[in-house]
Design a protein around this ligand. Structure first.
Ligand code: LUZ
Ligand code: MOS
Length: 772
């Protein structure tokens, strides 16, 4: 049997014993060269000239490569030009690759890269989203979603709040950094091993920079050591550089970034600057919202249209907005071009509205949970988003809220925390609930397709290949379960092989949480094609009817014949029946009109809720999370064990984003936190001490997804936002929940301490005012 079972990840044992091979573990061919790049240390400058002579003469060096040496088209921007594989005549961010060196050893390549001289003439640089917004510096035009006259509703509402919020970015910090290994084949063709969520895009970029057709470029990826969106568009450049050098030297070339170069060179989660103006009634119910979401896109467009759109799509989160004007700004800055990161702009939209709802609660002196509840989708006329998509099952949100309030013991703990805060002058506690409603589908319609290739061999073993990539999330395990289910064979009879562009072509990135939804359907369709052929053949062969042919327990029963699955495979082969098939799937129902800003961009929504408790030290700003309860909708799960891991991991990654992970650029646009010494991802000590993660399983998908499962990769990340709100709640306790708290994200200990000091200062000012 196959699906709805928590079997272990197909590589679990290999992961923990170190036997799982990543790209860098592939045995190197003799003559392999290694690459190092020289990065710009200027945010914006014209390149006046370069002196490559010393680098070229250095020991072991085989090639010193610049933009001018690219034989094909060196601009690998996919949606819009602007992403040169190496800098052309200007550098547009500090960290941009300018020159690539291939040498016999990595150390020789690094030493030679340092000998390159680049002469710059500095140009003015725009560094922040806020500055870009003021200057009107954009990578693409602003876009607004509108429903009703939000400005009039805000102005006419009984209460009104305006404010701003700064939300930091995030480095992906996949344990395996970017890497590509390019191997020359016959006639100038190339095989490229790449750590990529999008082999087809790597193939396209490599073909383009070499000026060769795609059919001669094969890209392969067995697994990544984490992707998180960082390997959606970014691997193209790494692989293109490796391929260019392999082509130039006719040698196998490996390009593996060290951690610092990876963090300096490649895009991250967009940081956002948010402005809002909200009108609401005495219960905290939103009447109108005006919001500007300004994402720092960096020097090029990359995927920023989709990222900022997704922030706009999630500016409602779980809440009904009767009138709204939500505008997305795509700010062009002289910083690294930001890219996909788990949630893809969604988390930035969600944190913005969660902040607004929290501020409303504080302004009214209400428990934020109550204000969240009155704003939830549901009830007559309260079931359409600000982009006119119906929320078809709003009751899931209410059920999740009810359950977390009960199982998380919210009301009692709120009282306990108030009592604790009243008697504890230095340590303060906070508590916060965050729901999430996340739209499932790529908002670019054509990406919502997938294909698979399934072979049955004569021993009855099955090989599956599909367009998805394995980044640790367990997609190959789920695909094997699906194939096993459809053939009614044991899952260990199914082998899922490395993602490869010459097996399944033109696949979209494994992204948008849609890997299993899309590829699972494609695998199922391919398997059913073979199964239908076997059924027709066996009915004829065994003189029975197709409805009397049944697959069960590694066997097939046809009329009164019984054969093992392997015997059937052999028999079908001997009778010249094809045992191989492709399958192709395209998501139904979805459409989006970006001109009118209306449609049904998402096939369905995936929902969850969390309640997190924070404990802060008001003298140092340090904090811990004594407890977090997470409940996520995994109804219909193909593999509940893997999904539980996704929920836990996503929550912690979201918690890291809003607490300890701080990207810090200096005044010249140079990233100064480019290693784990200064960039703090969550560790085992950052975890909630009492961490209770549960899966909600009551409602299989109402849409016809593969075995009625629901996407899980990204949505639970946003539940980590509850950690930030809990910290804010704890800071608010310093002022008896009566004074405003300014706490941007990430809430590092420094930021928490400053927020505490600010509340204390407001308090003493108020006291002086009242006594004076
Ligand atoms: N990637 C993408 C994504 O290209 N389009 C999307 O809508 C998306 N959503 C989430 C994550 N990655
Ligand atoms: Mo992504 S943010 O590559 O789903």
């Amino acid at each position: 049997g196959g699906v709805h079972r928590g079997i272990e990840h197909e590589s679990a044992r290999k992961h923990v014993t170190g036997a799982a091979a990543y790209t860098d573990d592939i045995p190197e061919l003799p003559g392999t060269l290694h690459v190092a790049v020289r990065l710009s240390d200027r945010a914006h400058a014209r390149i006046l000239g370069m002196d490559l002579s010393r680098a070229k003469q250095a020991t072991g060096v085989h090639a010193v490569f610049t933009y001018a040496d690219v034989p094909g088209d060196g601009d690998i921007g996919t949606i819009q030009r602007g992403d040169p594989v190496l800098a052309d005549d200007v550098v547009e961010y500090a960290g941009q690759a300018v020159v690539a060196v291939a040498a016999e050893t990595l150390l020789q390549a690094r030493a030679a890269a340092r000998l390159v001289e680049v002469y710059y003439d500095d140009l003015p640089a725009v560094l922040t989203a806020e500055a870009a917004l003021e200057k009107g510096s954009f990578v693409s035009p602003p876009l607004s979603f509108r429903r009703g006259d939000a400005a009039a509703e805000v102005a006419g509402a009984p209460n009104r709040l305006t404010g701003t919020l700064e939300v930091g970015g995030q480095d992906h910090f996949y344990l395996e950094g970017h890497i590509a290994y390019a191997i020359p084949k016959e006639d100038g063709d190339l095989l490229v091993h790449s750590s990529t969520q999008h082999p087809a895009e790597v193939q396209h970029a490599v073909a383009q920079v070499l000026g060769r057709p795609m059919h001669g470029i094969a890209v392969e990826c067995r697994r990544m050591g984490g992707g998180f969106g960082g390997k959606e568009s970014q691997p193209a450049q790494i692989a293109a550089i490796a391929a260019l050098l392999a082509n130039a030297t006719k040698r196998p070339v490996k390009f593996r970034l060290d951690r610092d170069d990876d963090m300096l060179m490649t895009g991250k989660r967009h940081d956002f600057f948010v402005r809002y103006d909200v009108g609401f009634d005495g219960e905290g119910r939103i009447r109108g919202l005006e919001m500007d979401l300004a994402g720092r896109c960096g020097m090029s467009l990359d995927l920023s249209n989709g990222v900022v759109d997704r922030a706009m799509f999630h500016a409602d989160n779980a809440y009904y907005l009767p009138t709204a004007r939500v505008t997305g700004h795509r700010c062009k800055t002289n910083t690294v071009s930001n890219t996909a990161f788990r949630g893809f702009g969604g988390p930035q939209g969600v944190i913005a509205i969660e902040h607004v709802v929290d501020e409303i609660a504080r302004a009214l002196g209400k428990d934020p949970l109550d204000v969240r509840r009155v704003n939830l989708y549901g009830g007559p006329g309260r079931e359409t988003t600000h982009y006119w998509m119906p929320v078809e099952e709003p009751e899931i949100l209410a059920e999740l809220m009810d359950r977390i309030e009960r199982d998380g013991d919210y009301r009692r703990r709120r009282e306990e925390i108030d009592a604790f805060n009243a008697r504890s002058p230095v340590l303060k506690k906070g508590l916060a609930v965050t729901p999430v409603k996340f739209g499932i589908s790529f908002t670019v319609k054509h990406l919502n397709q997938a294909a698979a290739l399934v072979h049955v061999y004569l021993d009855g073993s099955v090989q599956v290949n599909h367009g998805g990539t394995e980044m640790g999330q367990g997609i190959h395990t789920k695909m094997a379960q699906i194939a096993a289910q459809e053939f009614q064979i044991d899952v260990d009879r199914v082998r899922v092989t490395a993602s490869a562009t010459d097996k399944v072509p033109n696949a979209p990135p494994t992204a948008a949480s849609a890997g299993t939804d899309l590829n699972g359907m494609a695998v199922r369709i391919a398997v059913r094609t073979i199964r239908d052929r076997l059924v027709a053949f066996l009915a004829q062969h065994c003189h029975t009817t197709p409805d009397k042919v049944e697959f069960r327990d590694n066997a097939v029963f046809a009329g009164n014949h019984a054969m093992s699955f392997a015997e059937v495979a052999k028999l079908a082969y001997l009778n010249r029946v094809s045992l191989s098939s492709t399958g192709h799937y395209a998501t139904p129902k979805i459409w989006w009109d970006r001109e009118k800003c209306e449609g049904r961009p998402f096939f369905y929504f995936s929902c969850g809720v969390a309640v997190t408790e924070a404990l802060i030290d008001t003298l140092t700003g340090e904090y811990t999370f004594p407890r977090a309860d997470v409940l996520h909708d995994c109804s219909g799960s193909i593999n509940p064990a893997i999904d539980l891991g996704q929920v836990e991991g996503a929550f912690v990654q979201g918690l890291g984003w809003v607490t300890s992970e701080e990207l810090w650029w200096d005044g010249q646009g140079r990233l100064r936190t480019h290693a784990p010494s200064t960039y703090k991802i969550p560790t085992s000590r950052s975890l909630p001490k009492d961490f209770r993660v549960a899966l909600y399983t009551d409602r299989p998908n109402r849409e016809d997804t593969v075995f009625r499962s629901k996407a899980i990769g990204e949505p639970p990340l946003m539940l980590g936002i509850s950690a930030w709100l809990a910290l804010k709640d704890a800071v608010a306790a310093v002022g008896g929940h009566r004074l405003p708290v300014r706490l941007d994200a990430p809430a590092t200990p420094e930021r928490v301490l400053l927020a505490v000091e600010d509340v204390k200062a407001q308090g003493s000012k108020a006291r002086m005012g009242s006594t004076g």
